[in-house]
Design a protein around this ligand. Structure first.
Ligand SMILES: [Zn+2]
Length: 370
C-alpha cells in the first residue's frame, strides 16, 4: 500500500533494464583474479545487490509508483564527451576476446561493453527526463557502476563514467551550466574528480572512508580549478553522527556557496554497517536523511532537479533497504516498508559523532572554505 503525501509527492523516473544484471564480472575471488592462493568465487560486484533492490521495490509496491524508463545504448559520440576513442577500442577488444581484466580490478564479460553503453544511456535518459520536465528527479539502477572510471582507464569495477557523461550531456545538449555532484559511496569518487578537476562549473563532492580505495586518493588538499573539488575523508567507523556533521558543516554550505542548476548524487551503499568492502556504520535511515537534505536544498535552488546513479554497495542483504529508502525519499511516497535492520544498526556503539570524526570534518571544512 503506497501512501502519497499530497504536498511532497513527485514524479520519480526509474531507469532499469534486465540487461544491467547481465554484466558479467567473472568468477573472481571477491575482487581478485583467481590463483593458486585465491579460490574462485563470485565477484563482489555481482547482480544480486541491485536485482534484490528491484525485487524489494516491487514487493513494497513502490516500483509501480515510479515512472519507468527503458534505456538505450550510448553511442561513441556520447561516450567520447568523457572518454577517448582509444578507451572504447580497448574495451571493445577485451570484450570481443571473451572478456577479462579491462583496466585495474575491473573484470568484464563478452557483453559488458554493450551493457556499459546501456548504463551511460540510462543516465542520459534520466537527464533528459528531469530537464525535459517528464520527471522531477530520477534514479538509474544501472550496472556496471561508474565513479572510479578514468577517461582513459577502467578502474574499480567501473568501465565507463556513467554520471560524468550524463553531466556533459546536461551541459552540452541542454545548456545546463553549473552542476554539483555528491558521492557518498564509501570509496573516493576519483573518476568524477579527475574528469571535472579543471572545470569550475562542476563542483565534485566526495564523502568516503579515509584512504580506502583507490589508495592514496581523496585527500583534502586536492582542490582543482577555482577550488571546486571537495573531499571529505572520514575515519573508519564513522556512522550517523559523523555523516550528519559532514552534511551540516561542509556539504550543504558548499552546495549553497556554489548554487548549482542541477545535482547528481552518486549513491553507493557500501558505507552501510553491513558492507563487506567498507567499515562505516550507516543505516537505511541515514541514506534517507542524506537524500532529503539534498532534496530540500535542490527544491530551493534548482527546481528539485536531481539525478541519482547507483554506484557501489556489496551487501546483497542490506543494499536493497538502503536503496529503497533513497528512492522512497525521492518520490515523496511512503511504501510502509519496515527495515528490520534499522533499529539494530542505530543501537551500535559509536554512532554519535566522536572527537576524531568531528576533527576530520573540520579539517575538510577548513581546507575548502578558509
Ligand atoms: Zn564503493
Amino acid at each position: 500500500m503506497i501512501h502519497e503525501h499530497s504536498t511532497c509527492s513527485r514524479t520519480t523516473a526509474m531507469v532499469a533494464s534486465e540487461l544491467y544484471y547481465w554484466h558479467d564480472t567473472l568468477n573472481w575471488c571477491g575482487f581478485f583474479e583467481p590463483s593458486l592462493t585465491c579460490q574462485p568465487r563470485e565477484h563482489f560486484e555481482n547482480p544480486e545487490t541491485k536485482r534484490r533492490l528491484q525485487n524489494l521495490l516491487q514487493a513494497s509496491g513502490l516500483w509501480e509508483h515510479l515512472s519507468l524508463i527503458k534505456p538505450h545504448p550510448a553511442e561513441d559520440a556520447v561516450i567520447q564527451m568523457v572518454h577517448p576513442a582509444a578507451h572504447i577500442a580497448h574495451l571493445t577488444s577485451v570484450c570481443a576476446s571473451g572478456g577479462g581484466e579491462t583496466g585495474q580490478l575491473t573484470p568484464a564479460g563478452p557483453a559488458s561493453l554493450d551493457i556499459a553503453r546501456l548504463a551511460v544511456g540510462g543516465v542520459v535518459a534520466a537527464v533528459d527526463a528531469v530537464i525535459g520536465g517528464k520527471a522531477d528527479n530520477a534514479y538509474v539502477l544501472c550496472r556496471p557502476p561508474g565513479h572510479h572510471a578514468l577517461p582513459e582507464m577502467a578502474m574499480g569495477f567501473c568501465l565507463l563514467a556513467n554520471a560524468a557523461v550524463g553531466i556533459r550531456h546536461a551541459q552540452r545538449t541542454h545548456g545546463i551550466r553549473r552542476i554539483a555532484t555528491i558521492d557518498w559511496d564509501v570509496h573516493h569518487g576519483n573518476g568524477t574528480e579527475a574528469i571535472f578537476l579543471e572545470d569550475p562549473e562542476v563542483l565534485t563532492i566526495s564523502l568516503h572512508q579515509d584512504n580506502l580505495f583507490p589508495p592514496a586518493s581523496g585527500g583534502i588538499g586536492v582542490r582543482g580549478a577555482e577550488g571546486r573539488n571537495l573531499n571529505i575523508p572520514l575515519p573508519p567507523g564513522s556512522g550517523s553522527g559523523a555523516y550528519r556533521e559532514a552534511f551540516d558543516k561542509v556539504v550543504l554550505p558548499a552546495l549553497e556557496a556554489f548554487a548549482p542548476d542541477m545535482i547528481f548524487i552518486l549513491s553507493g551503499y557500501d558505507a552501510s554497517a553491513m558492507d563487506p568492502l567498507g567499515v562505516m556504520m550507516l543505516s537505511s535511515e541515514d541514506f534517507r536523511w542524506m537524500t532529503q537534505q539534498v532534496m530540500q536544498f535542490a527544491d530551493l535552488q534548482c527546481a528539485g532537479r536531481i539525478v541519482v546513479t547507483h554506484e557501489g554497495g556489496y551487501s546483497a542483504t542490506y543494499v536493497p533497504y538502503c536503496g529503497h529508502a533513497v528512492i522512497e525519499a525521492l518520490s515523496g511516497a511512503s511504501a510502509q516498508l519496515t527495515d528490520p535492520f534499522d533499529a539494530h544498526i542505530a543501537n551500535y556503539g559509536g554512532q554519535a559523532l566522536s572527537h576524531d570524526q568531528g576533527a576530520a570534518v573540520e579539517r575538510a571544512r577548513a581546507a575548502y572554505f578558509d
